[in-house]
Design a protein around this ligand. Structure first.
Ligand SMILES: [Zn+2]
Length: 467
């Protein structure tokens, strides 16, 4: 089956130009200048011609940070792999990298097997996994090597959540040292969870239980401190480091300083830190719970610093940390005690649109939109150029984006299995029109045309983004 995408502007991480794209079965096989003799000759043999005139043609989005059906605080995130990857497709994301959790006392590979079983046969688009190490010990360190061989080449550790995921500096160093040997990438949740626990306890003792206190008890300085410490540990271990969901100026300054020294340090931010703020957590009544995530939303002035970080490449990737909990019954577990509010926000469906607003507003150039949402995550996590590019031999994961369409974000029209949107009522310029996942149309003419089980597990190589 040959598909021709005709008349569109192909936007890559480097450029934007009128290019026609020829697809055979699951792969891109050729590109040619739009209107050229070669491109015109492809029409005859194409089983399907997609008219992309006036549209952007971009490599499918890669969301390198999602948590589908993740257990948290006695409940679980409300999107399954089926609903979450379908929503991803609607939003122009054709690959997710989710986190398989090792629970304490369990093996690393056991956790991976559990997550592989949850996802198998259910996903609308391709997926891969990072592994969360909750229990650093001799056997889990050895298992890191095995997982790297199986295409799981990134491992997340936590400096927050004492008693749950928290790793000591010794454990972090041991995992980094192992990564330096096997080529894996260490991902870090950088917040000083020990100090935060003390601040939380004193807030609760004073009767400060509203959602806003989730944010006020996790100051940005303690994200900066943890980022700095993680960077120093990685420097000594000679291991590359990727800081997840970076939310604030102090942490960004630590990353920028390390990058200026030439250390292999990278960071992602998320749309919620660019578009939402601490004020949202302070909305009246219990509504602020809708905005409780970790690290917390910050005072508004951090947003400009994060946009600047995206422009200067101190921030390399935009992922969502998609971890939705319904307001009714799930977020409500924390009425009267903010520490019981499940931490996380929905977002997998909104990322491409929201980041395109950065282009509309002049915060980032058009090519940078593609770079931070698709090409960089592909390189960072060893998927390039199978993913993150429109080039001969690449998977035909392609989004056709209408830059002039207008829409309004709403829980009434989104496809995530969650009863609210953090961006309710927000006007958006631009819209995903058509989505191909390995050559198959999964979104077309305003409808979902994919199927659960089309998405496959994608084994990854080592990071291709190191300096
Ligand atoms: Zn996360």
């Amino acid at each position: 089956m040959r598909t021709l995408i005709r008349g569109g502007t192909v936007v890559s991480a480097e450029s934007a130009s009128l290019i026609d794209v020829l697809i055979e079965d699951e792969l891109v096989v050729a590109l040619a200048a739009g209107g050229s003799e070669l491109a015109e000759s492809w029409q005859a043999g194409a089983g399907r011609v997609i008219d992309a005139a006036g549209r952007y043609v971009i490599p499918g989005g890669i969301d390198a940070h999602t948590h589908m059906e993740m257990p948290f605080g006695g409940t679980r995130s409300s999107d399954t792999f089926e609903t979450g990857t379908r929503a991803a497709a609607w939003g122009g994301t054709t690959t997710i990298i989710d986190f398989a959790i090792q629970t304490k006392g369990e093996s690393l590979i056991g956790g991976m097997d559990t997550w592989q079983a949850k996802a198998a046969g259910r996903c609308a688009v391709d997926y891969s996994f990072h592994a969360i190490i909750s229990d650093v010990n001799e056997s889990s360190l050895k298992e890191m090597d095995v997982l790297v061989e199986q295409g799981v080449t990134s491992f997340k550790l936590f400096m927050a959540y004492p008693g749950v995921f928290y790793a000591t500096d010794k454990e972090i160093f041991q995992a980094m040292d192992r990564a330096a040997g096997n080529g894996a990438l260490i991902m870090m949740h950088a917040e000083n969870g020990i100090a935060i626990d003390a601040i939380v306890a004193s807030a609760l003792a004073k009767g400060e239980t509203d959602p806003i206190f989730h944010g006020l008890t996790r100051p940005a300085e303690l994200e900066g401190e943890a980022a700095h410490r993680a960077i120093a540990l990685a420097q000594v271990a000679k291991a590359p480091l990727y800081i997840v969901h970076l939310s604030s100026e102090p942490a960004l300054a630590a990353v920028a300083e390390a990058r200026d020294r030439g250390q292999n340090t990278f960071a992602e931010t998320c749309p919620q830190y660019l578009f939402l703020s601490e004020e949202d957590m302070g909305r009246p009544g219990f509504e602020g719970a809708k905005f409780v995530c970790t690290p917390p939303l910050r005072p508004r002035h951090h947003q400009a610093a994060l946009w600047r970080g995206l422009r200067t490449d101190d921030l390399s990737v935009v992922a969502t940390d998609h971890c939705p909990f319904c307001f009714t019954e799930q977020k409500e577990l924390g009425i009267g005690d903010f520490t019981k509010i499940p931490n996380g926000l929905p977002g997998v469906e909104n990322r491409m649109d929201l980041m395109y607003q950065g282009v509309v507003a002049g915060e980032i150039p058009l090519s940078r939109w593609v770079e931070v949402t698709s090409t960089n995550p592909a390189k960072m996590f060893g998927l390039y150029p199978q993913k993150g590019a429109i080039a001969p031999g690449s998977d035909a994961d392609i989004v056709i984006y209408d830059p002039l369409a207008v829409q309004t974000i709403s829980a009434a029209t989104h496809h995530m299995a969650v009863d609210y949107s953090c961006y309710e009522g927000m006007p958006i310029t631009g819209r995903v029109e058509t989505v191909l996942s390995r050559g198959r149309q999964v979104i077309a003419d305003g409808a979902y045309t994919g199927e659960a089980g089309h998405g496959r597990f994608v084994p990854r190589r080592l990071s291709q983004h190191l300096r």
